[in-house]
Design a protein around this ligand. Sequence first.
Ligand code: NAD
Length: 495
Amino acid sequence: MSPAPETVTAAEEAAALAAVPRGLLIDGEWHHAGSGATFVVDDPATGASLMEVADAGPDEATAALDAACAAGPGWAATPPRLRADALWRLHDAVVAATEDLALLITLEMGKPLGESRGEVAYAAAFIRWYAEEATRIDGRYTRAPEGGSRLLVTMRPVGPCYFVTPWNFPIAMLTRKVAPALAAGCTVVCKPAEQTPLTALAFADLVRASDIPSGVVNVITTTDPAGVSDALLGDRRLRKVSFTGSTEVGRRIVAASATNLLRVSMELGGDAPFLVFADADLDAAVEGAMLAKLRNGGEACTAANRFLVHESVADAFAERLAERFAGLRVGRGTEPGMDVGPLIDDDGRAKVASAVAAAVAAGADVRIGGDAVDGPGYFYAPTVLSGVGDVDGLRGVELFGPVAPIRAFGDDDEAFALANDTDYGLVAYAYTRDLRRTMALPERLEVGMIGVNRGLVSNAAAPFGGVKHSGFGREGGPEGLREYLETTYLAIDES
Ligand code: NAD
């Protein structure tokens, strides 16, 4: 089933959904939940239900971990070249299934089809990158400085891993964890978000059809993430947990991970500042702002959450951004030519509306938008707010919607102080042509990633991750592989 670009019929939607497995992938087989329980997945563009999938409990989670543990030694012993080959074939299968996966992403998450295709390409890029990296896991060999022994450092897989992923990038957040884990020789249990399990199940089916051995990748869907997570985090066989989602839930998982002293990676929320200095190329800054703000409809941890613009260009920037926002088409992501889809649910939209209301009550100007869009589904109009000051109800709030609040600053010290005045530290964007200022950005900005004169940082070859309450650990690049490797050091006597 391959819909023509931007044209999806009801029959094609139905066919895409009918092809999705409804079960739990445990040890290479599809299983029902023992209780027979299922849950409904909704289309955020209409509020209508799409289909039902199995609702796992702690028992199924433990069965999935049983499978991961059983498959662990064999997968760890598989030569890296063969693990790499298996990842290559999985990569090719994901690319070949782009249209089907993209449609599922759009149906359950809402983003326009073109963006969903982009997410599948991004997801596949992690599998490709780690297929390449799998054969480059090395160690170290030196003489002890004082003599008397040789030091040999070797790497081995961490062991069984548990992955919890969010709804905003239903496949990319999964492959960003699964691919490096498999490359390192780990086996995994994945728990996708309850809002978007369909893409994960379709991905699981591709894994099942591949030559990756049974039990290496297990996928369970549930409406009881706390119960399932407690069962796995409390199980002494688990060795690592990697979580992408909100800071609040991340904190709970870190606390629970202490019992078994797990290796932990946390990709949490963001409050990205987008800095436009007086010397910036304003056209480029507006272009970058469109991407940094509207990719994924603003529902991205990397979304520009605050625009900090030098006072000499703040008004011109707001005017140009509002002009661009005025041309955006908002609607169901399966319809042709849409730029912005719905928010994930009514709570998400209410949160955006309350942040905008707080800014307006504090005196911000609504340049464009400022309202929810009528009709079924959870749409919110692309919104530009200028003259935003320090606003309770906006400060430190991850907007997760198509809203661009603009605040003017006077000099660099003020800009960087405002940028760092947040608990989060995932990403920042800076538009400037000054080399000295650019080179100082890593020291002046408390973040894990910086987009310099560009509104997109994500790249499978780069270390994605944050500092402060945005978490710790990195995904992507060689750094992402180290998250799944343990170090063993041998002191070899040479006397
Ligand atoms: P969320 O924290 O509510 O949910 C994320 C996942 O955690 C889901 O799978 C959910 O089922 C699970 N979960 C919920 N409660 C749990 C519990 N008590 N124990 C264990 N698991 C639990 O977040 P969300 O609303 O789905 O996603 C949005 C958040 O994710 C935003 O804060 C966003 O910034 C963040 N995010 C971060 C990155 C990153 O790489 N830093 C990427 C994408 C999204």
